[in-house]
Design a protein around this ligand. Structure first.
Ligand SMILES: [Zn+2]
Length: 250
């Protein structure tokens, strides 16, 4: 039985409602700036967004999604696979291979003194194991990104901001400069730990440049260039691989 049943016109649809088409979630969205009804794939949330220019036209967007079931199935088939994390797996953290291992005690990062492959040791299995591993990677992300932020803030002569990590869907970093000499705030996606070091490092330089320039104007990009050189390869990498980073551990 379908959870969503009934024809779209037979009930009141609301902005944010979800339907199921071709086994996929379709989120209905009202965007007053849209000119027409349209469909797109939200790679981060792994769902289809059906947009209508007004609430009145949401049923039309829902009907359009149902008509395009095969298009939807094709888009979803293109998404990277989600693989659960398990002991024995190798993952890359800031571009370094790290071995996942089952073990008792608190979940932790183990850095062997002989320089061999680091390990993440965690208890449990299935989702519990995955959650514990992610907690350790998150901690590592905060540690490394805090160090890189301190490095770039120092070069730019900006006061060291407060650094935190979160799991934002749409941004890799955000920056709120402090007012009147107070330290600002920079928040990163912990998933940057799953990117190569240079890419995560570029995001740190980008956010630190915002401590001086709250825009993406020529002066802002000049700061970024002075810190890490050409930003384009890193931005391209995030655009191409971002969905995989967001799929990790889900
Ligand atoms: Zn920016």
């Amino acid at each position: 039985m379908s959870l969503f049943g009934r024809t779209p016109a037979s009930r009141n649809l609301a902005d944010g409602d979800r339907l199921e088409v071709a086994g996929a979630a379709v989120r209905l969205k009202v965007n007053q700036r849209a000119r027409r009804v349209s469909l797109r794939l939200d790679r981060t949330r792994r769902e289809i967004v059906a947009t209508a220019p007004s609430l009145r036209r949401l049923p039309e967007a829902a009907a359009f999604a149902r008509e395009r079931a095969s298009w939807i199935a094709e888009r979803l088939a293109e998404l990277p696979d989600i693989s659960p994390l398990g002991p024995g797996m190798l993952v890359e953290v800031f571009g370094r291979p790290v071995r996942l291992e089952a073990g008792s005690g608190r979940a932790r990062w183990v850095e062997p003194l002989d320089g061999s492959t680091p390990r993440i040791v965690a208890m449990g299995e299935g989702e519990g194991f995955t959650r514990a591993v992610i907690l350790v990677i998150r901690k590592k992300a905060l540690e490394v990104l805090t160090a890189r932020t301190a490095h770039y803030a120092r070069i730019l002569g900006a006061p060291m901001p407060k650094v935190s990590v979160a799991d934002a869907k749409s941004r890799w970093g955000s920056c709120k400069p402090g007012l009147r000499g107070a330290p600002g705030n920079i928040r990163y996606s912990w998933r940057l730990a799953l990117a190569p070091f240079e890419v995560a490092d570029y995001v740190a330089a980008h956010e630190c440049a915002h401590l001086l320039e709250l825009n993406h104007g020529p002066r802002f990009w000049a700061h970024v260039r002075s810190l890490v050189g050409d930003a384009r390869p890193h931005r391209d990498w995030l655009r191409a691989e971002g969905a995989r980073l967001h799929a990790f551990g889900r």
